[in-house]
Design a protein around this ligand. Structure first.
Ligand code: AMP
Ligand code: MN
Ligand code: MN
Ligand code: MN
Length: 288
């Protein structure tokens, strides 16, 4: 059963592909009963300053975070960084490379969409992204706005997903570089939503092994919309590799009700939470 959780360590704002501005994400989280919130936008920390101000106004704790896309073999993994110093040089350098990779990919996606007959795809996606880090969701929104498809899901299924006509690989930093940057910025690296990559059990085990070997510390055991099978699969890997356990809704949009802020199952009590060693000021069991 999903319940109100006082801690939510994974969500998105308009700084990347979320629907709400950082301050509105914080306000919604506070309204849902969250007391400790990490805002974790894709490959950027640009939303954290206004999220922090809003958190202060709503009396909740903001954990500085982000979600890095990284290359592992021919696959992309998502690594959430928690309690990072957003100003750390190593992190800034990696984020500059990630944004350049996103820009380069956007141009190549746009070229493919133009060939598929879509008008002004780059301009459209940029408009959707505003000041945020451009991503596939912005192209998907443009495709919906133009009437090319009738939902974001359909945009991914028909155009943007791997194997589809407007998919292009992105030159993300490697798993090792991503984890190292999060650690150098003083943060903890969390393997995000382990069952959402579409991996076989064997491939997921190998990904967890590589993540652990790279210095990754935690795995998301509770993720928005996941069922008991997802929790079990992540718990198995947490136990196997001695990883700490994290919880996060991966909230993007109030319309996607299955992963609303703070609507999370409880963490199995046998696991050690990622916040175990956090100071009292941001420790979910102390502040709540
Ligand atoms: P990007 O980081 O730009 O490659 O985009 C990845 C993001 O696209 C994910 O974080 C999700 O927000 C979104 N996404 C991926 N697959 C789908 C899908 N099938 N339907 C809707 N959104 C999706
Ligand atoms: Mn996203
Ligand atoms: Mn993700
Ligand atoms: Mn996410």
């Amino acid at each position: 059963m999903t319940q109100a959780s006082v801690v939510d360590l994974h969500c998105h704002s308009t700084a990347s592909d979320g629907a709400l501005a950082p301050a509105a994400v914080v306000e919604r989280a506070a309204g849902n009963g969250v007391r400790v919130l990490a805002v974790t936008d894709h490959d950027t920390v640009a939303g954290l300053a206004s999220a922090r101000a809003a958190a202060r106004a709503h009396g909740i704790v903001l954990v500085d975070g982000l979600e890095l896309s990284v290359r592992w073999g021919g696959h992309t993994l998502h690594i959430v960084g928690l309690r990072v110093d957003p100003e750390a040089d190593v992190l800034r350098e990696v984020l500059a490379r990630q944004l350049a990779a996103r820009e380069d990919r956007a141009e190549r996606i746009a070229a493919k969409l133009r060939r598929a007959g879509v008008e002004a795809p780059l301009e459209g996606a940029r408009r959707e992204a505003g000041e945020g880090a451009i991503g596939r969701v912005h192209f998907a929104r443009h495709l919906v706005a133009c009437g090319v498809v009738d939902s974001l899901q359909a945009a991914f299924r028909r155009y943007l997903r791997r194997g589809q006509r407007a998919h292009v690989a992105c030159r993300w930093v490697s798993l090792e570089e991503g984890v190292a940057a999060i650690r150098a910025a003083g943060g903890q690296a969390v393997l995000a939503h382990p069952t959402k990559y579409g991996f076989t059990r064997t491939l997921l085990r190998r990904a967890c092994e590589a993540f652990h070997a790279a210095g990754g510390e935690a795995i998301e055991v509770i993720t928005g919309g996941g069922g008991p099978g997802d929790v079990d699969a992540a718990r198995t890997r947490a136990e196997q590799y001695g990883l700490l356990a994290s919880v996060g809704s991966d909230f993007h949009d109030p319309e996607r009700r299955w992963n609303d802020l703070g609507r999370l199952r409880p963490l199995p009590s046998s696991l050690t939470p990622v916040w175990q060693s956090w100071p009292a000021g941001c420790h979910p069991e102390v502040v709540s």
